[in-house]
Design a protein around this ligand. Structure first.
Ligand code: WT7
Length: 630
């Protein structure tokens, strides 16, 4: 609206969309939030349910251990479900679900609340109490969302492990979180096949001492092993009188933990990012409302997996907080044919589609005929997340899927931020490949090595300068690492781990990770996890892993391995190694290439110099080699 004379390739907001949007004037909102960001967030918090109002919006006395809505009492599930069933949303569809095999289910707000209460009582009957950890390892089915909500309702912390992870990844997360209960589905449909989640879980459980009970949700009906005394079918417990639907929300402190979500960092094991009931609720509610402009009649679809933060914030919590109708699909985008998504958009009349660049690039390869065969005119807004979107994919998405009329919300954020941080709104002029500017109330910058802001179009470290309500509170069980990892490079400033540029219009262009995190198809993996999986193979002495650019996946994993003395690799050795990584971490972590080498470039202190390997692989100049050992 106010934007004119922007440089570069600019897409101005369509009037029809802006006219009815929650936010029509970004500058006005931004100015208001900038003047008093605490007041801004407090006014949004007023729209949600609190048993007791907060005494202070922000307590920064223990920074970087910030506290939000201090003294407030709430439970996020009350605002997600109970409050809607008390009013006009009682019969509104909360969730529409389609299975890969064509199965269908839908839940009104009333039904979703009922099933959440039932699930919560089953968890209680297994001894789950406030503060306990419960791990969920399931396919994309309604029970995953219901299980998460059930945990939150009784004050237990959920820890969802993505169903694409495998034995060691699951084992590590069960162990680190000291989970008392594991909720698992018997299997998951993926590309017409069944992923044997329960079998994988059985293997992981052999070494996970804290798990007392395993609650098994039936999805595929395939025969599985049930260990007596430990494993119980959900549908059997749900029939018992204890599984009634009398289950009030546990009243939580605003700062009480809501969930743990493991993510990869620079070094070592994945870390458990901790989010809380109060601030996370306010942040996810507001960002989804303003950015995807949730309207009463909308059908909203976030095609991510609930096992990642996108699914937590924008499949489960954000949409329900907004009283939205959520669509969820179980399987692969191209199953059985590459028109599956477009078919469902037409069938269900989806208005908002939120997905990742890798999915768009993957679907682009099949050509325009597949989407063109379907009526996609219900779409009003599109979204992108997970990695930078290349302008070519952006334009295809805009033109072919959005029919040239749907603005694309390219949202930059992280597991740690809990909510969108750099994002447009429907009223903002767009530039393909840029997430535009920080969400109102959030101050960000781009610093050089010395902590000075860089000039226009110069690359630097992307940082966040003000606290925000949905920020992570700590790394569970490792507060020192929280401080070290995020708050130690620059005083009082949050380090994102990304590099970025800002153009002359103040638009941000995120370039990518500057640490040892690799984004493969938008999935976040750490070099350390993959390397440790490689060296756990009996023939491997040392391993180093880098990410190399790929047209569809963004990046792929390239591994260098040194064999153990005496190892005699057979003909299928490389494939065996790939399978080994798949088994330990998950199929997404399988290296695309594995090279057997005699040595790895290291610093004198013995650290592998991955940037040297990367430069070599790309035929680029490796830069400063003064610390190289030999
Ligand atoms: C990293 C965080 C947040 C949901 C999914 C990812 C990259 C994320 C964008 C975007 C460019 C992006 C960053 C970030 N990233 N969104 N719109 N444009 N890069 O969460 O797994 O915690 O990964 O994803 O590198 O640091 P995550």
């Amino acid at each position: 609206m106010a934007e004119k004379n922007l440089s570069g390739d600019v897409y101005y907001p369509p009037n029809g969309i802006v006219k009815n949007a929650h936010i029509k004037d970004w500058d006005e909102l931004n100015a208001r939030a900038h003047d008093d960001y605490q007041g801004f967030w407090a006014s949004i918090a007023e729209e949600l349910h609190w048993y007791k109002k907060w005494d202070a919006v922000l307590d920064d006395s223990g920074k970087p251990f910030y506290k939000w809505f201090v003294g407030g009492r709430t439970n996020i599930v009350h605002s997600c479900l109970d409050r809607h069933t008390e009013g006009a949303h009682r019969n509104k569809l909360a969730l529409i679900w389609e299975g890969e095999d064509g199965a269908f289910q839908s839940y009104s707000y009333f039904a979703l609340l009922r099933e959440t209460k039932r699930f919560a009582n089953v968890l209680k009957s297994l001894g789950v109490r406030k503060g306990d950890r419960v791990t969920l390892y399931m396919g994309r089915i309604p029970e995953l969302a219901i299980g998460m909500l059930a945990c939150a309702r009784i004050g237990a912390m959920h820890s969802v492990v993505y169903g694409g992870f495998s034995v060691e990844a699951l084992h590590e997360r069960l162990e680190d979180s000291h989970s008392k209960v594991l909720i698992v589905s018997d299997g998951a449909y993926q590309r017409g096949k069944i992923v044997p989640l329960k079998d994988i879980a059985d293997e992981a459980l052999q070494r996970a001492a804290t798990v007392e009970s395993v609650l098994v949700v039936r999805r595929t009906g395939e025969p599985i092993n049930m260990e007596s005394g430990r494993d119980m079918w959900y549908h059997e417990l749900a029939k018992l009188p204890i599984a009634n639907v009398d289950c009030p929300c546990e009243e939580m402190d605003a700062e009480d933990p809501l969930f743990l979500l493991y993510t990869s960092g620079t070094t070592g094991k994945p870390k458990a990012i901790l989010h809380t009931h109060g601030g996370y609720m306010v942040g996810t509610y507001a960002t989804l409302k303003y950015v995807f402009d949730i309207q009463e009649q909308d059908r909203y679809w976030c095609a991510a997996d609930p096992g990642w933060i996108t699914g937590h914030s924008y499949i489960v919590y954000g949409p329900l907080l907004n009283g939205a109708t959520n669509f969820m699909y179980e399987g692969a985008p191209t199953y059985p044919y590459p028109n599956r998504w477009w078919q469902m958009i037409e069938k269900y009349g989806i208005n908002i589609l939120y997905t990742a660049p890798t999915a768009i690039r993957g679907l682009m390869r099949f050509g325009e005929n597949w989407p063109n065969r379907h009526d996609l005119s219900s779409l009003r807004l599109l979204g992108s997340v997970g990695e930078p979107i290349n302008p070519e994919a952006w334009k295809w998405y805009h033109r072919v899927i959005g029919g040239g009329r749907c603005p694309i919300m390219d949202t930059w954020w992280q597991t740690e931020t809990g909510m969108f941080m750099i994002t447009p709104m429907p009223c903002v002029a767009l530039k393909p490949g840029s997430g535009t500017r920080p969400f109102p109330g959030i101050e960000m910058d781009i610093y050089n090595e010395e902590g000075k802001p860089v000039g226009a179009n110069e690359e630097g470290y992307l940082v966040i300068k003000t606290p925000w309500p949905a920020m992570l509170r700590t790394i569970y069980g490792d507060p020192d690492r929280y401080v070290e990892q995020y708050w130690s490079k620059y005083e009082g400033v949050y380090m994102t781990g990304d590099s970025a540029k800002r153009d002359e219009d103040g638009y941000y262009w995120v370039i990518g990770r500057v640490d040892d995190v690799i984004k493969v198809s938008g999935y976040r993996l750490g070099t350390a996890e993959i390397e440790s999986a490689l060296v756990s193979h009996h023939d491997i002495a040392e391993a180093a892993v880098i990410g190399l650019p790929h047209d569809v996946k963004g990046n792929v994993i390239h591994a260098f391995v040194i064999l153990r003395a005496g190892a005699a690799p057979g003909e299928h050795f490389i494939e065996e190694l790939r399978q080994h990584v798949g088994h330990e971490v998950g199929p997404i972590a399988k290296p695309e290439h594995i090279e057997i080498v005699d040595s790895l470039p290291k610093t004198r202190s013995g650290k592998i110099m991955r940037r040297v390997l990367k430069a070599q692989a790309l035929g680029e100049d490796p830069g400063n080699l003064s610390t190289l050992e030999e």
